[in-house]
Design a protein. Structure first.
Length: 133
C-alpha cells in the first residue's frame, strides 16, 4: 500500500517535472529564435548605416571613389578604418586601397570594403562634376 502511494506520488512528480521542463524548453527556444531575429535586424541596420556613411564619405571626398587595378589585403596593424572609424585589429582582414588624390591608401575592414565597392559606382562623378543618380 505504501509502495503504491509512493510510486504514484513519484510518477505524478515526474510528470509535473517533465511538463515544466517542456514549457521551459519551449520558452527558451522562442527566446533563442527572437534573439537571432534581433541580431539579424541589428546587422541589417548596421549595414544600412554603413552604406549611408560610405556614400556620404564618397561624395565628400573622404574615401577614394575610383576602383583600383590592384588591392592589398593583410591583417590589421592598428589605426582606424577609413569607412567606419572602428579599430583595425590584427585578427581582421584589412584592405588597402590606393588613394591617388591623397597619395596614400585608404584602409578598410573587408566588410567595409565590400560595401564601399558596391556603393562606389553609384557615387562616381561624371566629367561635369555632378553626382550620378
Amino acid at each position: 500500500m505504501v509502495t503504491d502511494t509512493l510510486s504514484r506520488r513519484f510518477a505524478e512528480q515526474f510528470r509535473e517535472t517533465c511538463a515544466r521542463i517542456g514549457r521551459n524548453v519551449r520558452r527558451g527556444t522562442g527566446a533563442i529564435a527572437r534573439t537571432r531575429e534581433l541580431r539579424e535586424q541589428s546587422k541589417q541596420n548596421r549595414d544600412i548605416r554603413l552604406r549611408l556613411l560610405i556614400a556620404v564619405k564618397l561624395r565628400t571626398g573622404r574615401l577614394p571613389d575610383a576602383s583600383a587595378a590592384e588591392l592589398y589585403g593583410a591583417p590589421g596593424i592598428g589605426g582606424l578604418c577609413d569607412a567606419c572609424r572602428r579599430p583595425l585589429a590584427q585578427t581582421q582582414l584589412v584592405m588597402s586601397i590606393p588613394w591617388p588624390r591623397r597619395k596614400s591608401f585608404a584602409h578598410l575592414h573587408a566588410d567595409c570594403f565590400i560595401i564601399w565597392n558596391a556603393v562606389r559606382p553609384k557615387q562616381s562623378k561624371p566629367a561635369n562634376g555632378h553626382t550620378a543618380s
